[in-house]
Design a protein around this ligand. Sequence first.
Ligand code: AG3
Length: 281
Amino acid sequence: PIPGWTLERLHKGYGQALQETEVFYDSQTDHQRLRVFDNPRFGRVMTLDGVVQVTEADNFIYHEMLTHVPILAHGAARRVLIVGGGDGGMAREALRHASAEEVTMVEIDAGVVEFCKTYLPGISQGAFDDPRLNLVIDDGAAFMRNTQKKYDVIVIDSTDPVGPGEVLFTDSFYGHAKRALTEGGILVTQNGVPFVQGEELTNSMRAFKALFADWGCYLATVPTYAGGPMAFGWGTDGPGRAVTLAELEARAAAAGLSTEYYTPEVHKAAFALPGYVRRLM
Ligand code: AG3
């Protein structure tokens, strides 16, 4: 151990070290160990069970890519469901779309929401106070199994498939998510970093293939999700993938979206997959 640094060891033989200049919080919630600290490069950082979930500096990449890609591909998403996402970053980005009349967020851990509101307000940026946000503290798997409502876009903003997040990677969960989609609805998921978590992508894609006419993944590199680009699962029976660059540009302009990472070009390019990723699918 290096004094003043924390080591994330999520993968076999490979980890990530982050300097901690100040630790604000370190405690057990009802579900997991939550730690919040400052890092000179990434600003405020939140880890769950020792794995980085969100940082002030690079969360825009992850949150923009898991919201704007499906919402703009859909073109008329009125109801958005987020599973997980307790820090509020995903809700923040979904709520940028005036077309989104209702954003439901189902988070299992009330502690994450509370501590993020206090120590990481820069992530949610007021999303929790937006009247269009419907925050539900519940087990995402149970919610998905029981929901009678349908959604145009469903975003799974989970932890890795170890601990409380594990059920969010099962075939039955994906099946329930599909049932909760409207016609033409789109499911997107946090699917890990394929270079170091290939099995995770393989397993999810096997399930997606059985469920969706159009299934696959798209990529973006998030520095603190170490090991290369992260994969986002994509499943739909609708025409969302075929949206043209021109159409995306028109939709993004109409939505008045101002983004730091997402552009229609990045959107289209993100679906280009290198060979090693394709072979995992
Ligand atoms: N949820 C995704 C965390 C993934 C971390 N995994 C990893 N490094 N492979 C983040 C929640 C942000 N709202």
